[in-house]
Design a protein around this ligand. Structure first.
Ligand SMILES: [Zn+2]
Length: 125
């Protein structure tokens, strides 16, 4: 592959995720800034992306962005009510679910009971 040519393969968190176009555009813009001119973005629906693919570093970035990262399947509780989502602002676990759908369908909207900040939680699926 030439230095100015790059192919990026992205897998949507689930098909029809409205954030996909935005993600593809952000990747393109970031690569243009890095000096790539030929950018090919391929979305691959299979194998389906799961939150298991998210690296610890990726989760930290989400947190820094103010989005609570998904649970890994091993530590996700069976009952929805037992779900403890940590506030990305103050790290309190005293949070409540406001809406199953946040800014995009892949995220749920939570609010922290301590600092009162609303935040998105990336849903595990
Ligand atoms: Zn908080």
């Amino acid at each position: 592959m030439n230095g100015d040519e790059i192919e990026v393969i992205i897998t949507p968190t689930y098909s029809g995720c409205p954030a996909m176009d935005m993600i593809a555009m952000n990747i393109r813009l970031a690569l243009i800034e890095k000096g790539y001119s030929k950018i090919k973005i391929t979305s691959v629906l299979s194998p389906a992306w799961t939150t298991e693919w998210m690296s610890e570093a990726g989760k930290e970035k989400l947190k820094a962005y103010g989005i609570a990262p998904p649970h890994t399947r091993s530590d996700a509780p069976m009952n929805r009510e037992d779900f403890v989502v940590e506030c990305p602002q103050c790290h309190s676990t005293n949070t409540k679910l406001l809406s199953e759908f946040g800014s995009t369908a892949c995220k749920a909207l939570y609010q922290c009971n301590d600092c009162k900040e609303p935040f998105d939680h990336f849903k595990c699926h």
